[in-house]
Write a protein that binds this ligand. Structure first.
Ligand code: PGA
Length: 239
């Protein structure tokens, strides 16, 4: 299982340090073999070797240069960062990233050997338009993306489920993940209103290889509970 926390624009550097201390000691003490990733804000990056992978929520696809307000490869290398989130719905819809820009980021960071958590997911009106519309929409979000890239992790996050407390039914998640499984051998995460009380149930669904959690992962203890749920599932399935 792969369990990820996306902080978005939350937590200071100090709060992130306190959070990491809790999560790292939990992962160490419980001998967790699952992959744990945390995506803090840029200001909280540090150069430390960890039992938890640290990634960035975004970066500009260049080594360095005149890209006001962005950070690029050189700044990530300073912190040993090799993991990035690309295509998150907030980058697509709030920051206006087009599929072209997203595909360019994917090309650049895959060329540089990054592990890429690549997000796809539909708005509510697309979901309501039926399965064909939904699959076409997700297909369009995969244009220019190498779905067989060796360090790809795909994350399915319906836009209408992110930060809303709404989730698709377990059967809808299963169906969508099964359809995605036909397109890639990469691990497939579910994201969108994952909470302590539904994480185990979601991770138990066929073709769900982990979770990408926003607001419910802001509590280190809750995130640890979800990590424990994942390792419990491994024990059951004998992984
Ligand atoms: P949420 O966010 O868990 O707060 O819904 C998930 C995400 O945006 O990755």
């Amino acid at each position: 299982m792969i369990i990820c926390a996306n902080f978005k624009a939350n937590k200071t550097r100090q709060e992130t340090q306190a959070y990491m201390a809790v999560v790292e000691s939990f992962v160490g003490a419980n001998d967790i073999s699952d992959t744990i990733m945390v995506f803090p804000p840029f200001t909280a990056l540090e150069h430390l070797s960890r039992n938890v992978l640290i990634g960035v929520q975004n970066a500009y696809p260049a080594k360095n240069g005149a890209y006001t307000g962005e950070i690029a490869l050189e700044q990530l290398e300073e912190f040993g960062i090799k993991t990035i989130l690309i295509g998150h719905s907030e980058r697509r819809h709030i920051l206006g990233e087009t599929q072209e820009v997203i595909a360019e980021k994917f090309r650049f960071f895959s060329t540089h050997g990054f592990a890429i958590v690549y997000c796809v997911g539909e708005p509510l009106e697309v979901r309501q338009a039926g399965t064909e519309a939904l699959m076409n929409y997700i297909e369009a979000q995969c244009i220019g993306i190498d779905l067989e890239y060796k360090d790809l992790i795909l994350a399915y996050e319906p836009v209408w489920a992110i930060g809303t407390g709404l989730t698709p039914s377990m059967e809808d998640i299963r169906e969508l993940h099964t359809a995605l499984r036909a397109k890639t051998t990469a691990p497939i995460l579910y994201g969108g209103s994952v909470k302590v009380d539904n994480a185990a149930q979601i991770m138990a669904i066929e073709n769900v290889d982990g979770i990408l959690v926003g607001s419910a992962a802001l509590s280190a203890n809750d995130f640890c509970t979800m990590i424990a749920d994942a390792s419990q599932l491994n024990t059951k399935t004998g992984e």
